[in-house]
Design a protein around this ligand. Structure first.
Ligand SMILES: Nc1ncnc2c1ncn2[C@@H]1O[C@H](COP(=O)(O)OP(=O)(O)O)[C@@H](O)[C@H]1O
Ligand SMILES: [Mg+2]
Length: 247
């Protein structure tokens, strides 16, 4: 449902932020996309979602090439960007309706889904307030609600937990589980491996634009006996940085 094939991104003249990255996420899967700040996670997500055109490779969402069939591809996924500070002059409900209009969500579906989602995130009372008066966490919640209103098969979420309070983070994790359990797929990035560890079967760890690990959490733990996941993660990243410095 989400496929990255040999994705490469070059910023400026020759800075390879992502190099030859491939992975595949199938039905019913939640994949945690982990890596430290600057690893290239957002760049990959922007290539998957058609915001950036890859220098090489291609991205397929639900079978649609994001560059060749952008509208079909885009109608089939929800995207939450890493920065929720958009259109702050709008009230929450206006932003949700704006996004729902783009995705042609019927009125009945909005009426059914929006209050439910807003209730789960505890911001039902704030929907009539302009977003400039929202805290970072409230803006983040609103972005998630707007993205999920059209309920597409694939979810692509860039650092969705950042700024969420524990109960909203819990709700979002529950929603991801429910969505995947219905045969859909979820990709979310995080710089905190613990989140991925608890939520996903599969993780993808990247650093310096390269994939360091793709597979299950259990296999990774089994390959490094006696270490917890955070220690394994840090040792992988350290190892890689040392290699880079030696070059
Ligand atoms: N628009 C840009 N122009 C130049 N360099 C960029 C740009 N966006 C990101 N980068 C660089 O690309 C690398 C990967 O960034 P990013 O994809 O945002 O990583 P992550 O999301 O994992 O923190 C970093 O070194 C970052 O500084
Ligand atoms: Mg990022």
């Amino acid at each position: 449902m989400i496929r990255a094939e040999h994705l490469t991104m070059i910023y400026g003249k020759d800075f390879k932020a992502v190099e030859d990255l491939s992975f595949s996420i199938g039905k019913g899967e939640i994949v945690g996309f982990a890596g430290p700040n600057g690893a290239g996670k957002t760049t990959v997500i922007k290539m998957l979602t058609g915001i950036l055109r890859p220098a090489e490779g291609r991205a397929l969402i639900n079978g649609f090439d994001i560059q060749k069939e952008p509208l079909k591809a885009k109608a089939s996924f929800a995207y939450v960007a890493d920065n929720p500070d958009v259109l702050l002059q709008l009230k929450g409900v206006e932003y949700i309706n704006f996004i729902a209009d783009i995705y042609k969500v019927p009125d009945e579906e909005r009426k059914a889904r929006v209050p439910e989602l807003a209730e789960r995130f505890g911001i039902l009372d704030a929907l009539d307030t302009p977003m400039r008066e929202y805290s970072h966490g409230m803006r983040q919640k609103l972005m998630v609600i707007a993205a999920l209103t059209h309920n597409p098969p694939a979810w692509i979420l860039d650092e969705p937990m950042t700024g969420l309070d524990p109960s909203a983070a819990y709700e979002l994790k529950q929603m991801m589980r429910e969505h995947a359990a219905k045969g859909n797929c979820v990709l979310f990035s995080t710089h905190v491996l613990e989140v991925a560890e608890k939520l996903c079967d599969h993780i993808l760890i990247m650093n310096h634009g390269h994939s360091l690990y793709q597979g299950t959490v259990d296999e990774l733990s089994a390959a490094h006996p006696g270490k917890d996941l955070e220690e394994i993660f840090l040792s992988m990243i350290d190892h890689r940085s040392t290699q880079e410095e030696e070059k």
